[in-house]
Write a protein that binds this ligand. Sequence first.
Ligand code: HEM
Length: 90
Amino acid sequence: GVPSLIRVTPSILKYNNGRKGKPAWSSYHGKVYNITPYLPFHPGGEGELRRAAGKDGGKLFMEVHPWVNWDNMLGECVVGIMVSEEQARD
Ligand code: HEM
């Protein structure tokens, strides 16, 4: 079914950096993905993918493989959309 998306602020994204038992989230084009289940499958290695955890992964991603379709691969891992701290308050 259609997943319900949560609103994710920059501080929430930063918190979910994959360390200390927390999930690894990464944003791309304003959408937030839980990349945790994909970590062991990433062809470039888990360590490389972890560099994008807790932040916007777009720049790193485009530097390495702009031909890869992020949303096709991780569409089922979408957790929410990015909003500013101000937007999250109302
Ligand atoms: C390779 C997916 C994020 C670094 C690949 C490949 C895929 C993939 C499918 C194989 C590409 C090919 O052979 O043409 C993804 C997805 C990502 C992601 C879905 C988003 C969550 C990243 C990030 C980095 C990275 C953020 C770097 C910080 C690499 C590297 C390779 C690679 C270095 C090359 C491995 C090699 O050929 O030796 N990735 N990736 N990836 N990825 Fe990613």
